[in-house]
Ligand binder design. Structure first.
Ligand code: BGC
Length: 739
């Protein structure tokens, strides 16, 4: 019991956050004994060798010097080396020619597919169906394994509320609850229940942590935030990944409250190992240890190695400061033998759990039989279709009829094979991509006349192609315009100060619309864009994201109604970049925005509301969500509540609705968000079908981190809200009682 400043008595329930059970299932018999035996035999150089990861060549080869380093026991891991022949060749040196025969672990960025490329993670999160991400990652794992690689630098779990940051494309968007659900699914997809099994690979939860909140949306920049925000918004996906068994974590590039995340003892040791009982290893991001010097946390290489190792980084990616400075740091007493041994122990532990000592080589079916199979392509097509979000559909602009007489397929991205692959496309190749134009041609009847016109280049100021595009629209019954972003402008080091369509793309849409032909815009992009004019004018808008190898077929499936779109935005779309950061689960102000009242929290030149809110998405049918009921009006601090609501398909077609559940803690000892997602369910309903959807609300979902940094559930009134997006909600209330 505690008295707040306001004199309100608060009975705080401290939830015993249970120790993560994850490691048990991956533990190998006698692993600690085997590690101890090895440690006892290792020289200092061999120990430091295990802490070193080096980059091969971008074409998948290793560098010639790697052979010698591996033979000497000075290299424990590589990244980018892939292809069974190469990985087996280097592995053979490790397990046959090095003194202690410790196998290498090969890592690679398999973010949304290895050879079969799935939709970008932000798109998959738009499906609000984590089982799809589990499926795509399990296929990616099989392809990766078949190519000799046993470790992916994924999932990327950074919550991102700033679309200027190009890496928003790699994550699940702005929400910690949705982010945690996808984190869990992705880890299980890669690792399964046993990552030593053939076709499974080790996951790496990255980038630990708060990398998505860098100032100004500028990549690699500084993050400064309260511990509450860290714990409530940025930690949950990582916690979910650890609980799901992720065996490795990557420390990030960003500074965090004055201590860069690759030297941050609080996040790396206190939270990850201390609180969450993570017993896998931490790899630094690419040269992040060396970058501690630029951050100003270290004066030189030696201090950088000291800071990172002592904070809890185990493996150093690319820079070689642990190796170069370890012996001297040890001699000077700035680094203990125990710290080095512990780092080696964590890495060896995962190598044992991966079964690398027993099965160092890839000996399964030839790669060619496992990659880009028809089944994998079919899965990519299905997942891409389920990831799309229908943003507008006035006058039933969509779906199009398959036997339509003529259609103009317009725009710089309509027949572009590269952009659907997005950033980090593994070994995916543009030659394998189905473009929208190809997908549409394959879909329509033989009589349909398809006229393609590029219109403009996405990055140029020229409108030279407009006349041809306008003519194509005029000559057709309907125009579908594909605009958005090319993959080079999303992902790492792709921050932008404007979210507008690049080049002359918006002018192209306006020119096509001006023909008077029904115009549908399909967006191919990796981040929220500001598309105000399109949102106000064109009758149909489909957010297709960067949909992967099968993007074009999936787009055609949706445009022609074979797939009824059911995705929802996992991130808010602003009207203008000046509104950023704009996200649904913000705190209230003392003066919430009010139309006509100047002295409330808003802008003079733009509405305070987003263009499209979090959770938003339409369907070719219509749904009604009603009859929200709670199993109790009051629960105790340890209590549980069932929330139920009807969802009904009141339209003419079968379709999917995502029922979303939000709560609000109305008054607490710390201010709470106006809404917080606490449950969701994607349901497929036939016309006139009605279903009751139930959610369990547990006290863990009602709590927060208080001023003393304790997780508590406070008594008082709570709102429960349910609906098809974060704004269109029906509401009920209940109370948490003191006991
Ligand atoms: C990125 C990581 C990636 C690593 C290895 C870095 O630049 O930030 O996400 O895993 O490179 O390719």
């Amino acid at each position: 019991m505690r008295l707040t400043k306001l004199g309100i008595v608060i009975i705080a329930l401290e939830l015993a956050l249970s120790a993560a059970p994850y490691s048990a299932q991956h533990r190998q018999p006698n692993e600690e004994k085997r590690i101890n035996d090895l440690l006892a035999r290792m020289t200092l150089a061999e120990k430091l060798g295990q802490l070193q990861q080096l980059d091969g060549e971008s074409n998948g080869n290793f560098r010639p010097e790697h052979r010698d380093l591996v033979r000497q026991g000075s290299l424990g891991s590589t990244l980018n080396v892939r292809g069974v022949q190469r990985t087996n060749e280097l592995q053979r040196i490790a397990v046959e020619e090095s003194r202690l025969k410790i196998p290498l672990i090969f890592g690679f960025d398999v973010i949304h597919g290895y050879r079969t490329i799935f939709p970008i993670p932000l798109a998959e999160a738009s499906s609000w169906d984590p089982s799809l991400a589990e499926k795509s990652e399990s296929i990616a794992a099989k392809e990766t394994y078949a190519s000799g690689v046993r470790w992916t630098f994924a999932p990327m779990l950074d919550i991102a509320r700033d679309p200027r940051w190009g890496r928003i494309t790699e994550g699940a968007g702005e929400d910690p609850y949705l982010g945690a659900a996808f984190a869990r699914a992705r880890v299980l997809g890669f690792q399964g229940n046993d990552y030593s099994a053939p076709g499974r690979i080790l996951a790496c939860a990255k980038h630990w942590v708060a990398y998505g909140a860098t100032e100004g949306g500028r990549d690699y920049n500084t993050t400064d935030m309260s511990e509450q925000t860290l714990r409530e918004v940025y930690f949950p996906p990582f916690r979910a990944a650890i609980d799901a068994g992720a065996g490795s974590v990557m420390s990030a590039f960003n500074d965090l409250n004055g201590v860069p995340t690759s030297a941050n003892r609080f996040t790396l040791s206190q939270v990850l190992r201390g609180e969450w009982k993570f017993d896998g290893f931490v790899v630094s991001d690419y040269t992040a240890v060396k970058e501690l010097i630029n951050h100003g946390l270290a004066a030189n290489d030696k201090e950088a190695a000291q800071a990172a190792l002592n904070a809890g980084v185990d493996m150093e990616m690319v820079s070689r400061l642990f190796n170069q400075n370890g012996p001297e740091l040890l001699k000077e007493g700035k680094l203990s033998q125990a710290t080095i041994d512990e780092a080696v122990r964590r890495i060896l532990r995962i190598k044992f759990r991966l079964g690398l000592f027993e099965h160092p080589f890839t000996t399964e079916a030839p790669e060619s039989l496992s990659l880009l199979t028809p089944a994998n392509r079919a899965a990519a097509r299905e997942i891409a279709g389920r990831s799309m979000v229908l943003l507008k559909n006035d006058h039933e602009a969509l779906p199009l009829k398959r036997d339509i007489g003529s259609i103009a397929v317009i725009g710089p991205l309509a027949d572009d094979r590269r952009s659907p692959l997005g950033w980090w496309a593994g070994d995916g190749t543009p030659e394998d991509t189905i473009t929208a134009l190809a997908g549409i041609k394959a879909k329509v009847s033989a009589q349909t006349k398809v006229t393609y016109a590029k219109g403009c280049d996405p990055q140029s100021d020229s409108d030279a192609g407009f006349a041809e595009a306008v003519a194509a629209a005029r000559a057709s019954e309907v125009a579908v315009v594909f605009v958005g972003e090319i993959s080079e402008t999303v992902g790492e080091a792709a921050s932008k100060s404007s979210l507008d369509l690049s080049g002359r793309q918006m002018d192209l849409v306006k020119a096509i619309y001006a023909t008077g032909k029904p115009t549908v815009v399909v967006l191919i992009n990796g981040r929220p864009l500001t598309i105000g004019w399109i949102a106000e004018n064109t009758p149909g808008i489909l957010e297709a994201w960067m949909g992967g190898t099968e993007a074009g077929n999936a787009i055609a499936d949706v445009l022609f109604g074979d797939v009824n779109p059911g995705g929802k935005l996992p991130v808010t779309f602003p009207r203008t970049v000046g509104q950023v950061p704009i996200y649904y689960n913000h705190m209230n102000t003392g003066r919430p925005p009010e139309q006509g009242n100047r002295y409330t929290s808003k802008y003079l030149d733009v509405p305070w509301t987003p263009q499209f809110p979090f959770g938003f998405g339409l369907s070719y049918t219509r749904f009604k969500i009603s009859n929200l009921q709670l199993s109790a009006k009051q629960i105790g601090p340890n209590g549980k509540l069932t929330v139920s609501v009807d969802v009904e398909n009141v339209g003419q077609r079968a379709g999917d609705e995502v029922v979303q559940l939000y709560i609000r803690d109305v008054a607490a000892s710390m201010t709470r968000p106006v809404k917080e997602l606490k449950g969701f369910r994607r349901a497929t309903l036939q016309p006139r079908e009605k279903r009751r959807v139930e959610f369990a609300l547990t006290s863990e979902q009602l709590g927060f981190w208080n001023r003393e940094m304790r997780f508590v559930v406070e008594p008082g009134e709570f709102k429960v809200m349910a609906g098809p997006n974060s704004e269109d909600l029906t509401e009920a209330t209940f109370a948490v009682t003191g006991r």
